[in-house]
Design a protein around this ligand. Structure first.
Ligand code: AG3
Length: 279
C-alpha cells in the first residue's frame, strides 16, 4: 500500500508527494493543520490542504522573503512579521545582529505549537529573545501602530480563509501608516501562472500600488508550490530594491545562505513578459 499527499494546483492539475507517515492532523479554530513525513521533501506542513513549507525547499522562500529587504536597507532595526507561524522567517531575521526588535503576530497559536513539536528546522526561530510573539489578528494589530517599523513582512497563507484580510486595501493602508519614512513592505504574493493564483496576485499588486510610491515584484522557484513559479511583492516609501541594494554592506555581514546572494537579488526582479503584462 502506498500513501500519497495530493494537492490541486489548478482545476485540472494535481501535484502529489509520496508520504512515509502522517505525523499530525489537527483542526484549530481557524484551519486544518497537517504534518507529513516524506523521502523527497522531508517533513512538510500543510494548511487547509495546501503546502506551506517542506524541510527540503523552505530555505528558498525564507531566504528571499527576508534577505531581499535586509540587503536593500542594512539599517533595518524594527521589524513586524505577520503570519509566519512555522518560524522560518524569524529564523532568517535572527541572523542580523543589527535588528533590535521583531514583533511577530500569528493568528493561530496551534500552528506555532505544531511546528515546535514537528518542524524544529524552522521553529528554532522562536528561540530568539528579540522576538515578541502575539497571537492576534494581524489586521487588527497593524491598525494600532503608527510610524513604528522599518520593515513589515507578510508571510501569510493564500487569500482564502484566515489570510484573506491580509490582501485588502484596508490592510495595506494600515501597513503604510505603521511603517516609518524608511518603510519597506514585503508580501508573499502568490503565483503568476495558474489563473486563480494570478488573479489574486494582480489584485494584491494593484491595491499595494494605491499606497506605496515604489512597488515591485520579484520571483522565486519553489518546487512544492503551484507551478513552482512564485512571487513576492516589494513595496516601499523610498528604497528601490535594485538601485539601493547595498551589496558591499550585505556581503560584509558574511551571512551564510543556501539560496540568496546579491546576484540572485538583482536577477529576481527581472520578470518574464507574461508577468509584466499582468501587473
Ligand atoms: N506561507 C504560505 C505561502 C503560500 C502557500 N500557498 C500555496 N501553497 N498555495 C508559507 C509560510 C512560510 N513561512
Amino acid at each position: 500500500m502506498e500513501l500519497w499527499y495530493t494537492e490541486e494546483h489548478a482545476k485540472d492539475v494535481r501535484f502529489s508527494i509520496k508520504v512515509d507517515k502522517q505525523l499530525c492532523s489537527v483542526q484549530s479554530d481557524f484551519q486544518r493543520i497537517d504534518v507529513f513525513d516524506s523521502k523527497e521533501f522531508g517533513r512538510f506542513l500543510t494548511i487547509d490542504g495546501l503546502v506551506m513549507i517542506t524541510e527540503k525547499d523552505e530555505f528558498i522562500y525564507h531566504d528571499m522573503i527576508v534577505h531581499v529587504p535586509m540587503a536593500t536597507n542594512p539599517n533595518i532595526k524594527k521589524v513586524l512579521v505577520i503570519g509566519a507561524g512555522d518560524g522560518g522567517t524569524i529564523r532568517e531575521l535572527s541572523r542580523y545582529s543589527t535588528i533590535e526588535k521583531i514583533d511577530m503576530v500569528e493568528i493561530d497559536k496551534v500552528v506555532v505549537d505544531v511546528c515546535k513539536e514537528y518542524l524544529q528546522q524552522t521553529a528554532c526561530g522562536f528561540d530568539n529573545e528579540k522576538v515578541n510573539l502575539y497571537f492576534e489578528d494581524g489586521l487588527k494589530f497593524v491598525k494600532t501602530k503608527e510610524n513604528e517599523y522599518d520593515l513589515i513582512i507578510v508571510d501569510s497563507t493564500d487569500p482564502i480563509g484566515p489570510g484573506e484580510g491580509l490582501f485588502t486595501s484596508d490592510f495595506y493602508s494600515n501597513c503604510y501608516r505603521a511603517l516609518n519614512e524608511n518603510g519597506i513592505l514585503v508580501n508573499q504574493h502568490e503565483s503568476p501562472y495558474y489563473s486563480e493564483y494570478a488573479k489574486a496576485m494582480k489584485r494584491a499588486h494593484k491595491r499595494i500600488e494605491e499606497f506605496f510610491p515604489i512597488c515591485k515584484v520579484y520571483q522565486v522557484h519553489i518546487p512544492t508550490y503551484a507551478s513552482g513559479h512564485w512571487l513576492f511583492g516589494f513595496a516601499s516609501k523610498k528604497f528601490d530594491p535594485i538601485s539601493d541594494l547595498n551589496e558591499e554592506a550585505w556581503n560584509n555581514l558574511k551571512i551564510k545562505t543556501k539560496y540568496y546572494n546579491t546576484d540572485i537579488h538583482k536577477g529576481s526582479f527581472a520578470l518574464p513578459n507574461y508577468v509584466k503584462d499582468l501587473l
